[in-house]
Design a protein around this ligand. Structure first.
Ligand SMILES: Cc1cc2nc3c(=O)[nH]c(=O)nc-3n(C[C@H](O)[C@H](O)[C@H](O)COP(=O)(O)OP(=O)(O)OC[C@H]3O[C@@H](n4cnc5c(N)ncnc54)[C@H](O)[C@@H]3O)c2cc1C
Ligand code: SF4
Length: 591
């Protein structure tokens, strides 16, 4: 028993020694926990947020009139851009800022960090786009001399993509496109009207437009009911027909009897023994504000890329003076997000269409994989295109633009709104960022959070490679809209995506202002990279720390590059592989 440096918390050492402590219950932690538990390993799962109760916490099928202020918040907060991130109905339990848990940015840098604090992390409300990396994505340096190769190849991870897709359930179709490898797919629902029109235009332009790969089940799977096409995935799915690590992995893992879930348990530091191995995890029990320790044979760090980085950098000891697993100095470096840019347009062919239910899966039913991967362009890496449109349920503020453009009120305004509704389509590009020396995170020596834990400071810079890619996106989306016979809306930043397409009249801006802000696309990865060389990487090819044999990382930290594919399916596949490897090493007594 005792007090920490700040004299705040009582330290209580818990008696049991767990085989593995998993830190964080999102995509990576949920997957690792389920796989370990199924292999007979005893797991303590530490989660900084509270327990999730889908029946109570999710807002699926609720109408705006059932909730105060129709979901716009006190004083119309959402309407003025001050409401909950992603809207009142979103199943998130977090945001761009968390009370008492700040982060800072270096001079001249902008960075946005979205964190969730609840069992399941960000998987309760994420977009569920689930794309495999292509074979060439693992060897970028070999291909064009830019970036760094992964220590694994597509063949190493393919069996784990199969396992992850088979278990969580992903829609899609076999297409044989090299930039978008096929997987184990459930049937995808047919395209909506605006998606059919988009596909016609993309066919004309020679851009493939194929069924979306979404972590939604359309067939009964492992006792989960298939999707009933309410189109509300972001609100959380009470029937667990979409993937969230909470419902699909954590709850079933706890039922095995081999997993003890500690909620409101914020890991603060990894404690090492004389040999430099982790012997315990120190955490803040947020409900009692006490500091506790939990002992273990091994640790899987899955607190999300930057939280895991923070934990390693805060776990300093005489033997690990640079932070844990950081003798190479790479922990915190090579931070990457995806590039983001969006453009919308009004399509005359959609005007006057009979109103119909276009809900479907909670996301688009089609998307466009990168199609120029074998062409020489003036930027090195590609992007894919996500599409939007249709008759989604409008929220407060959805018709701002029409109101602004329309003279008058009453019947004629209502008519204008009715006629405009559903006539817009939108395109969002998500592209690869190449790591650069100006983009990293580190511990801010001057700021701590409400638990006394030092916070992260972010530095971020896009380079020409990303800016030129975004210029290409703008040109492509413009061509797409014009090929559909439509008219482009004024370009908007991805930050304004929550504002309905076509409602903002903003002056044309330079590309530096059109590209998303770093972190905004919520695909942050790469700060605990894997590699064969311990001088240039923190982890080996099994995501095991070079310096600390019983320490593993199972979130986006190990990524060596950040190809245009949204990262979560790859996080799940890597976590699955790491968990199997760890279980075997535990069995052999190697860790
Ligand atoms: C709106 C939105 C849309 C998105 N859409 C997509 C998409 O379509 N496709 C895609 O691939 N990705 C998407 N993403 C990104 C996706 O959510 C993340 O890639 C994924 O959730 C990362 O998984 P993770 O396990 O690393 O982290 P998380 O899911 O964030 O989970 C981390 C967990 O660790 C806990 N934790 C943090 N610190 C500690 C600590 N110190 N101690 C204990 N616990 C801790 C957190 O509370 C959290 O529960 C989206 C994200 C958002 C927010
Ligand atoms: S669209 Fe399907 S998966 Fe999404 S919330 Fe509705 S039923 Fe669940």
């Amino acid at each position: 028993m005792g007090y920490n440096k700040l004299g705040m918390f009582q330290v209580i050492r818990s008696a049991p020694i767990y085989d593995v402590v998993v830190i964080g219950s999102g995509a990576g932690g949920g997957t690792a926990t389920k796989v370990l538990a199924d292999l007979g390993v005893n797991v303590a799962l530490l989660e900084a947020g509270p327990m999730l109760n889908p029946a109570k916490d999710f807002k699926e099928h609720m109408w705006p009139y059932q909730v105060p202020h129709r979901g716009s918040g006190e004083g119309g907060a959402s309407y003025f851009g001050r409401g909950r991130a992603f809207g009142f109905f979103s199943a998130q339990a977090g945001g761009w800022q968390l009370d008492g848990e700040p982060y800072t940015t270096g001079e001249g840098s902008k960075f946005m960090w979205f964190r969730s604090r609840i069992v399941g992390g960000r998987t309760n409300h994420y977009g569920r786009i689930s794309l495999r990396l292509a074979d060439y994505d693992f060897k970028p340096y070999t291909r064009d001399g830019v970036g760094t190769d992964w220590p694994i190849a597509y063949e190493d991870i393919a069996p784990y993509y199969d396992k992850a897709e088979g278990f969580i359930g992903v829609t899609g179709s076999k297409e044989g496109i090299r930039s978008a490898p096929d997987g184990i797919f459930q049937p995808c629902p047919p395209p909506r009207v605006h998606e059919v029109l988009i596909k016609k235009a993309s066919d004309k332009l020679g851009i493939p437009c194929i069924p979306m790969r979404l972590a939604v089940i359309t067939r009964k799977t492992n006792g989960r009911a298939p999707c009933h096409y309410c189109g509300q995935c972001g609100r959380g799915c009470v029937t667990a027909s979409n993937y969230s690590s909470s419902q699909v992995q954590v709850f079933p893992a706890v039922q095995t009897g081999r997993v003890q879930l500690f909620t409101n348990a914020m890991a603060r530091e990894l404690i090492t023994d004389n040999e430099g191995k982790v012997k315990a995890v120190s955490y803040i029990d947020k409900t009692t504000r006490t500091e506790k320790q939990i002992r273990c044979r091994a640790v899987v760090l899955a607190a999300s890329t930057c939280e895991s980085t923070r934990l390693l950098l805060n776990s300093r000891s005489p033997r690990h003076s640079n932070g844990l697993a950081n003798s190479s100095g790479v922990v915190g470096r090579n931070l990457m997000d995806s590039t983001g840019f969006s453009l919308g347009g009004r399509i005359p062919a959609l005007v006057g269409m009979p109103r119909h239910d276009s809900d479907g899966m909670g996301g688009s039913h089609l998307y466009m994989p990168w199609w120029l991967w074998d062409k020489k362009l003036d930027f090195p890496r590609g992007y894919h295109i996500e599409i939007g449109g249709g008759y989604g349920m409008p929220g407060v503020g959805s018709f701002n633009g029409v109101c602004r453009e329309h003279e008058g009120y009453g019947e004629s305004l209502k008519k204008a709104i009715y006629e405009d509704y559903g006539t817009h389509v939108g395109f969002s590009g998500r592209g690869e960022m190449i790591p650069n020396e100006h983009t990293y995170c580190e511990i801010d020596p001057n700021v701590v959070d409400k638990w006394g834990i030092p916070v992260l400071r972010f530095h971020f810079r896009w380079t020409d490679a990303e800016l030129k890619q975004v210029e290409h996106m703008e040109k492509t989306f413009t061509e797409m809209i014009e090929t559909m016979g439509g008219k482009v809306n004024t370009p908007r930043r991805a930050a304004e995506e929550s504002v309905p397409v076509g409602t903002e009249a903003i002056k044309p801006r330079p590309v530096e202002e059109k590209i998303s802000v770093g972190g905004e696309i919520i695909h942050e990865v790469g700060t605990i990279r894997m590699g064969d060389d311990p001088n240039k990487s923190a982890l080996n090819k099994y995501c095991q720390a070079h310096d600390v044999k019983n320490l593993f990382v199972a979130d986006g930290g190990p990524f060596v590059s950040n190809p245009d594919k949204n990262p979560t399916l790859t996080i799940c596949a890597l976590a699955w592989r790491t968990a199997e490897y760890l279980a075997e090493e535990l069995r052999k007594g190697n860790v």
